[in-house]
Design a protein around this ligand. Structure first.
Ligand SMILES: O=C(O)[C@H](O)[C@@H](O)[C@H](O)[C@H](O)COP(=O)(O)O
Length: 329
């Protein structure tokens, strides 16, 4: 029953762009044309590390990167290393638009999960031509992998961050933007968001993973904190082991604000595609832990990201600087 839907739709007004058919022109470019990956690349059975668009290359991936394979047996793994964040954002926009086209050939909805943080800024090329006119925005459905339990107009709100930097600039339908109910407690908001997801599964908008029974989103765009957290799943916190709930809550987040809701790892790892968007020197130590050659034990939540589908790291030279140091030792 429609009145039973408890998804909190925000008062979100999409930009008044033309609804001409140019929004729906098909893209013809393949994912990641080979010319952008020409310098050198390391590929193994399910891991590829590729410096992109460099004018010179000094870093060779550590041989022990192959250790990543054994811990990520599910899907294909790529690590793309860009010269800078600008190049990263150009490639991220193309990746996202191409994935949207690919999924929308198969079904009528494209389910996209956002995180907070610097990711939103890195999506800036997606709101520019050609994508603003070619992506089938009306079929996108937007979710959050985590949200701070604050009002939607609060400066800490991930909804506000995404609205200001992305959603207000593209013609995504207001009813397709699934924000949390910010009138509830953290626990209530988590339960409410899970109920929203369950409704959307029944409605055929979100698929369920045949392998896990958890919701399977088409694309998760994740950031990583300097401490290696993803979503609101922090190192050493028991929530990283939650394996029943789809959405849970935290009241003692080490990163402020303390009260948040977050998807759990079974949901994150049921995704068809995850883009790990990680740039800047502040992430270098966690990137070394996640992708370097000492991966015998899992100490960081980011190391638990292992989707059913494809995992693609969008990184830059600064974020991978300690990997490069390690490789040159
Ligand atoms: O609400 C949040 O805090 C975010 O969702 C969080 O998981 C974020 O993605 C990482 O902390 C990376 O943020 P930065 O890219 O800004 O470092």
């Amino acid at each position: 029953m429609e009145s039973a839907i408890r998804c909190a739709f925000p008062a979100f007004i999409p930009s008044l762009r033309s609804s001409s058919s140019s929004h729906f022109l098909p893209l013809i470019r393949p994912l990641f044309p080979a010319k952008n990956h020409s310098l050198f690349s390391f590929k193994s059975r399910n891991l590829a590390i590729t410096p992109v668009n460099s004018t010179r290359s000094t870093w060779k991936p550590p041989a022990a990167m192959a250790g990543t394979e054994s811990s990520t047996e599910k899907g294909k793994r790529n690590v793309l290393v860009f010269d800078n964040e600008e190049d990263l954002s150009v490639s991220l926009a193309k990746y996202t638009a191409d994935l949207s086209e690919k999924f929308l050939k198969e079904r009528s909805a494209f389910t996209v999960v956002l995180s907070g943080g610097s990711l939103i800024k890195s999506l800036r090329k997606l709101v520019e031509p050609p994508y603003i006119d070619t992506v089938e925005w009306a079929k996108w459905h937007i979710f959050w992998v985590d949200e701070r339990v604050v009002p939607k107009d609060h400066e800490d709100s991930n909804y506000k961050l995404a609205y200001d930097g992305f959603l207000s600039k593209v013609p995504i339908l207001p009813g397709h933007v699934y924000a949390i109910n910010d009138y509830l407690s953290a626990e209530g908001a988590a339960d409410d968001y899970e109920a929203c997801l369950r409704h959307l599964v029944k409605a055929g908008i979100i698929e369920l993973s045949k392998a896990t029974g958890f919701p399977k989103f088409d694309l998760m765009l994740l950031g990583m904190g300097p401490d290696g957290h993803v979503a609101s799943l922090f190192p050493g916190h028991p929530l990283v082991n939650e394996n029943q709930k789809w959405v849970t809550f935290i009241k003692d987040s080490p990163k402020p604000p303390p009260e948040r809701i977050t998807f759990t790892f079974p949901v994150i790892n049921s995704s068809a595609a995850i883009a790990m968007v990680v740039n800047g020197a502040g992430k270098a130590e966690a990137v070394r832990t996640a992708l370097g050659d000492q991966q015998s034990s899992v100490s960081l939540p980011v190391q638990m990201v292992s989707p059913e589908g494809e995992l693609t790291w969008f990184t830059d030279k600064e974020a991978t600087s300690k990997l490069q140091e390690q490789a040159s030792l």
